[in-house]
Design a protein around this ligand. Structure first.
Ligand SMILES: O=C(O)COP(=O)(O)O
Ligand SMILES: [Mg+2]
Length: 234
Protein backbone atom coordinates (compact mmCIF):
# COMPACT_ATOMS: atom_id res chain seq x y z
CA UNK A 1 0.00 0.00 0.00
CA UNK A 2 1.31 3.42 -0.91
CA UNK A 3 1.84 5.41 2.27
CA UNK A 4 -0.42 8.40 2.64
CA UNK A 5 0.21 11.65 4.38
CA UNK A 6 -3.45 12.55 4.77
CA UNK A 7 -3.26 11.28 8.28
CA UNK A 8 -0.59 13.09 10.26
CA UNK A 9 -2.49 12.07 13.38
CA UNK A 10 -1.39 8.47 12.79
CA UNK A 11 2.33 9.26 12.96
CA UNK A 12 4.45 7.69 15.69
CA UNK A 13 7.81 9.33 14.95
CA UNK A 14 9.80 11.26 12.35
CA UNK A 15 13.21 10.71 10.79
CA UNK A 16 14.98 13.81 9.51
CA UNK A 17 17.86 14.04 7.05
CA UNK A 18 20.70 16.47 7.83
CA UNK A 19 22.58 17.89 4.81
CA UNK A 20 20.35 19.94 2.54
CA UNK A 21 17.33 19.47 4.82
CA UNK A 22 18.25 20.95 8.21
CA UNK A 23 21.61 22.56 7.49
CA UNK A 24 22.98 24.18 4.34
CA UNK A 25 26.36 22.44 4.49
CA UNK A 26 27.45 22.98 0.89
CA UNK A 27 30.10 25.50 2.04
CA UNK A 28 31.63 22.95 4.43
CA UNK A 29 31.71 20.29 1.70
CA UNK A 30 33.33 22.66 -0.83
CA UNK A 31 35.94 23.83 1.63
CA UNK A 32 36.88 20.38 2.96
CA UNK A 33 36.89 18.83 -0.50
CA UNK A 34 38.99 21.54 -2.12
CA UNK A 35 41.55 21.47 0.71
CA UNK A 36 41.75 17.70 0.19
CA UNK A 37 42.08 18.02 -3.59
CA UNK A 38 44.86 20.60 -3.14
CA UNK A 39 46.74 18.13 -0.94
CA UNK A 40 46.38 15.54 -3.73
CA UNK A 41 47.70 18.12 -6.25
CA UNK A 42 44.32 18.18 -7.99
CA UNK A 43 42.43 21.34 -9.06
CA UNK A 44 39.53 22.77 -7.05
CA UNK A 45 35.88 22.17 -7.92
CA UNK A 46 33.14 24.84 -8.01
CA UNK A 47 30.10 24.93 -5.71
CA UNK A 48 27.66 23.77 -8.41
CA UNK A 49 29.81 20.77 -9.27
CA UNK A 50 30.21 19.78 -5.62
CA UNK A 51 26.47 20.17 -5.00
CA UNK A 52 25.71 17.54 -7.63
CA UNK A 53 28.08 15.08 -5.93
CA UNK A 54 26.66 15.39 -2.39
CA UNK A 55 24.17 12.91 -1.03
CA UNK A 56 25.63 9.43 -1.14
CA UNK A 57 28.23 9.85 1.59
CA UNK A 58 31.80 11.13 1.83
CA UNK A 59 33.61 8.26 0.11
CA UNK A 60 31.27 8.65 -2.85
CA UNK A 61 31.95 12.40 -2.94
CA UNK A 62 35.71 11.81 -3.04
CA UNK A 63 35.45 9.12 -5.73
CA UNK A 64 33.10 11.30 -7.83
CA UNK A 65 35.38 14.32 -7.50
CA UNK A 66 38.51 12.38 -8.49
CA UNK A 67 36.71 10.72 -11.43
CA UNK A 68 35.38 14.11 -12.57
CA UNK A 69 38.94 15.46 -12.53
CA UNK A 70 40.14 12.60 -14.72
CA UNK A 71 41.97 10.56 -12.10
CA UNK A 72 42.67 7.21 -13.78
CA UNK A 73 42.16 5.11 -10.63
CA UNK A 74 40.16 7.02 -7.97
CA UNK A 75 39.71 3.92 -5.78
CA UNK A 76 43.49 3.53 -5.44
CA UNK A 77 43.82 7.08 -4.10
CA UNK A 78 40.80 6.82 -1.81
CA UNK A 79 42.61 5.79 1.40
CA UNK A 80 44.93 8.82 1.24
CA UNK A 81 42.09 11.13 0.12
CA UNK A 82 39.80 9.87 2.88
CA UNK A 83 42.42 10.46 5.60
CA UNK A 84 42.99 14.03 4.38
CA UNK A 85 39.27 14.70 3.94
CA UNK A 86 38.43 13.60 7.48
CA UNK A 87 41.09 15.91 8.88
CA UNK A 88 39.88 18.87 6.79
CA UNK A 89 36.17 18.22 7.31
CA UNK A 90 36.48 17.99 11.09
CA UNK A 91 38.37 21.28 10.99
CA UNK A 92 35.84 23.20 8.83
CA UNK A 93 32.71 21.41 10.11
CA UNK A 94 29.96 23.99 10.68
CA UNK A 95 32.12 27.02 9.87
CA UNK A 96 30.79 27.41 6.32
CA UNK A 97 27.23 26.22 6.92
CA UNK A 98 23.97 27.48 8.38
CA UNK A 99 20.62 26.15 9.55
CA UNK A 100 17.98 26.64 6.83
CA UNK A 101 15.18 29.14 7.46
CA UNK A 102 12.18 27.29 8.83
CA UNK A 103 14.12 24.23 9.97
CA UNK A 104 13.85 25.10 13.64
CA UNK A 105 10.12 25.85 13.36
CA UNK A 106 9.59 22.50 11.61
CA UNK A 107 11.48 20.56 14.26
CA UNK A 108 9.58 22.38 16.98
CA UNK A 109 6.23 21.54 15.36
CA UNK A 110 7.11 17.84 15.20
CA UNK A 111 8.39 17.88 18.77
CA UNK A 112 5.33 19.79 20.02
CA UNK A 113 3.19 17.06 18.45
CA UNK A 114 5.01 14.66 20.79
CA UNK A 115 6.81 12.76 18.04
CA UNK A 116 10.19 11.23 18.88
CA UNK A 117 12.73 12.43 16.30
CA UNK A 118 15.75 10.66 14.81
CA UNK A 119 18.34 12.18 12.50
CA UNK A 120 19.51 9.82 9.73
CA UNK A 121 22.22 11.16 7.45
CA UNK A 122 24.69 9.69 4.97
CA UNK A 123 27.32 11.92 6.59
CA UNK A 124 29.75 10.03 8.84
CA UNK A 125 28.52 10.07 12.45
CA UNK A 126 31.74 11.75 13.60
CA UNK A 127 30.88 14.76 11.38
CA UNK A 128 27.13 14.75 12.05
CA UNK A 129 27.18 14.79 15.84
CA UNK A 130 29.41 17.86 16.35
CA UNK A 131 27.51 19.71 13.62
CA UNK A 132 24.14 19.08 15.28
CA UNK A 133 25.58 20.25 18.62
CA UNK A 134 27.19 23.29 17.05
CA UNK A 135 23.98 24.39 15.36
CA UNK A 136 21.85 23.85 18.47
CA UNK A 137 19.89 20.97 16.92
CA UNK A 138 21.18 17.95 18.86
CA UNK A 139 18.60 18.28 21.62
CA UNK A 140 15.74 17.51 19.25
CA UNK A 141 16.90 13.97 18.52
CA UNK A 142 16.63 10.79 20.56
CA UNK A 143 18.80 9.00 17.98
CA UNK A 144 21.41 10.14 15.46
CA UNK A 145 22.68 7.71 12.83
CA UNK A 146 25.34 8.40 10.19
CA UNK A 147 26.33 6.92 6.85
CA UNK A 148 28.71 4.61 8.71
CA UNK A 149 26.20 3.50 11.34
CA UNK A 150 24.78 0.65 9.25
CA UNK A 151 26.01 -1.73 6.57
CA UNK A 152 24.39 0.28 3.79
CA UNK A 153 23.48 3.94 3.26
CA UNK A 154 20.35 5.63 1.87
CA UNK A 155 18.91 5.08 -0.79
CA UNK A 156 18.98 1.56 0.67
CA UNK A 157 16.05 1.21 3.10
CA UNK A 158 18.26 -0.39 5.79
CA UNK A 159 19.09 2.82 7.73
CA UNK A 160 15.40 3.75 7.95
CA UNK A 161 14.30 0.24 8.93
CA UNK A 162 17.00 0.06 11.62
CA UNK A 163 16.00 3.49 12.88
CA UNK A 164 12.34 2.46 13.12
CA UNK A 165 13.54 -0.56 15.09
CA UNK A 166 15.48 1.71 17.46
CA UNK A 167 12.47 4.01 17.82
CA UNK A 168 10.11 1.07 18.25
CA UNK A 169 7.82 2.43 15.52
CA UNK A 170 6.14 1.00 12.42
CA UNK A 171 7.73 2.26 9.16
CA UNK A 172 4.26 3.06 7.75
CA UNK A 173 3.75 5.40 10.72
CA UNK A 174 7.25 6.91 10.70
CA UNK A 175 7.64 10.03 8.59
CA UNK A 176 10.85 10.58 6.59
CA UNK A 177 11.79 14.19 5.86
CA UNK A 178 14.62 14.73 3.37
CA UNK A 179 15.93 16.66 0.40
CA UNK A 180 17.04 14.10 -2.15
CA UNK A 181 16.22 11.03 -4.17
CA UNK A 182 18.30 9.09 -1.63
CA UNK A 183 15.74 9.95 1.06
CA UNK A 184 12.73 9.42 -1.22
CA UNK A 185 13.92 6.05 -2.52
CA UNK A 186 14.94 4.80 0.94
CA UNK A 187 11.57 5.85 2.38
CA UNK A 188 9.57 4.20 -0.42
CA UNK A 189 11.54 0.97 -0.09
CA UNK A 190 11.13 1.00 3.71
CA UNK A 191 7.42 1.83 3.49
CA UNK A 192 7.73 5.20 5.25
CA UNK A 193 5.68 8.23 4.19
CA UNK A 194 8.06 10.91 2.91
CA UNK A 195 8.12 14.70 2.68
CA UNK A 196 10.89 16.26 0.58
CA UNK A 197 12.08 19.85 0.73
CA UNK A 198 12.57 21.70 -2.54
CA UNK A 199 15.68 23.68 -1.54
CA UNK A 200 18.28 20.94 -0.92
CA UNK A 201 20.79 18.94 -2.96
CA UNK A 202 19.51 16.36 -5.41
CA UNK A 203 22.41 15.53 -7.74
CA UNK A 204 21.30 18.36 -10.06
CA UNK A 205 17.98 16.64 -10.79
CA UNK A 206 14.45 18.01 -10.21
CA UNK A 207 13.30 16.95 -6.74
CA UNK A 208 9.74 16.42 -8.01
CA UNK A 209 11.04 13.35 -9.88
CA UNK A 210 12.08 11.64 -6.65
CA UNK A 211 9.52 9.49 -4.79
CA UNK A 212 7.57 11.66 -2.35
CA UNK A 213 4.18 12.10 -0.74
CA UNK A 214 4.54 15.85 -0.34
CA UNK A 215 6.97 18.62 -1.25
CA UNK A 216 7.54 21.66 0.99
CA UNK A 217 9.50 24.85 0.38
CA UNK A 218 10.22 25.23 4.10
CA UNK A 219 10.12 22.87 7.07
CA UNK A 220 8.00 25.54 8.78
CA UNK A 221 5.15 24.29 6.56
CA UNK A 222 5.07 21.09 8.64
CA UNK A 223 3.47 23.12 11.43
CA UNK A 224 0.41 23.75 9.20
CA UNK A 225 -0.08 20.07 8.51
CA UNK A 226 -3.65 19.05 9.40
CA UNK A 227 -3.73 16.37 12.05
CA UNK A 228 -0.30 17.09 13.47
CA UNK A 229 -1.84 18.65 16.53
CA UNK A 230 -3.80 15.45 17.15
CA UNK A 231 -1.07 12.86 16.94
CA UNK A 232 -2.23 9.78 18.80
CA UNK A 233 0.98 8.51 20.30
CA UNK A 234 0.08 4.83 20.15
O1 LIG B 1 26.83 13.24 3.40
C1 LIG B 1 26.09 13.19 2.40
O2 LIG B 1 26.48 12.79 1.29
C2 LIG B 1 24.65 13.62 2.50
O3 LIG B 1 24.16 13.58 3.79
P1 LIG B 1 22.58 13.62 4.06
O4 LIG B 1 22.13 12.17 4.04
O5 LIG B 1 22.46 14.25 5.43
O6 LIG B 1 21.92 14.45 3.02
MG1 LIG C 1 20.29 15.43 2.42
Amino acid sequence: MKPTLRNASQLQAAIIDLDGTLVDTLGDFVEALNRTLAELHLPALGRAQVERMIGKGSENLLLSAMAHLGEPDPAARLPVAWAAYQRHYLHVNGRFSQVFDGALAGLQALRDAGLPLACVTNKPLAFAQPLLHDKGLAGFFSHVFGGDSFERKKPDPLPLLKTCEALGTAPARTLMVGDSQNDGLAARAAGCPVVLVTYGYNHGEPIAEAPHDALVDSLAQLSEWPGLANVQRA
